[in-house]
Design a protein around this ligand. Sequence first.
Ligand SMILES: C[S@@+](CC[C@H](N)C(=O)[O-])C[C@H]1O[C@@H](n2cnc3c(N)ncnc32)[C@H](O)[C@@H]1O
Length: 275
Amino acid sequence: MVVGAGRGPLVRASIRAASQAGRLLRVYAVEKNPAAVVHIQAMVEAEGWADTVTIVKADMRTWSAPHQADILVSELLGSFGDNELSPECLDGAQRFLAPGGVSIPRAYTSFLAPITTAKLFDLCRAYKDLEHFETPYVVKLHRYHQLSPPQPVFTFEHPNHAVPIDNSRAATLTFPRRPEDGSGELHGFGGYFEAELYPGVTLSTHPPTHTPNMFSWFPIFFPLREPLLLAPGEPVVAHMWRVVGAHKVWYEWAVTGPRATAVHNAAGRSYWVGL
Ligand SMILES: C[S@@+](CC[C@H](N)C(=O)[O-])C[C@H]1O[C@@H](n2cnc3c(N)ncnc32)[C@H](O)[C@@H]1O
């Protein structure tokens, strides 16, 4: 079952993979966006796949599947891994995953690194409001300086066997800085992700493990309302929360070292993703 099938590239990839593996395949393409469903319908018709692919216009969290799936394939990852509700969607869909079935992706982890980026700070400030300093931005980072290597933040695994499932998270990260690198100015954090699609098969925007020639995701930038001056060797202590409400999910972030900032996006007042 391809859940969140979009315009159908993973349906096509699944059929190709089954053919290469010499396996018979039945595909359910589940998609909630009517505009995308039209694309899959056209693809299935053009390719003559009507006997193989069943298109389902539904939300995967509430759809009553007629069969259990051996494999759940999805591409619901955002630039910070879990920021487009992949955890919530796949937790909802795993009801129809057969015992021993697999999810592709199997797991994903977000990463953060403190960065200097006067350019992005100025672009946020130009809006002259709080909201734009409390919103993460998907952006190709060009003019920036990394103050310390990225560190892992949140990990999600599928299927998720936790009882009860709780996708809220909190992380405190201490980023060391070398005295010889001198003083610095912190404007915010660059965000990345690593995904394990299947054991041994990975996809990454995390700079040390970045998948070669892969441009499907840019990094994400979490700004700070005020730049923070850092003395040589002074570490950065950062906090990130993933908050799950009844109808929305959002991040809050703050710095407590070397000085405390406000908690950004408290109670999801500036930015959230609707469930
Ligand atoms: C990032 S896109 C992937 C699209 C696909 N890879 C493509 O290139 O067309 C995620 C897709 O999942 C769909 N989606 C998100 N949440 C869903 C849900 N709860 N149930 C069904 N579809 C969902 C969206 O409408 C979107 O088409």
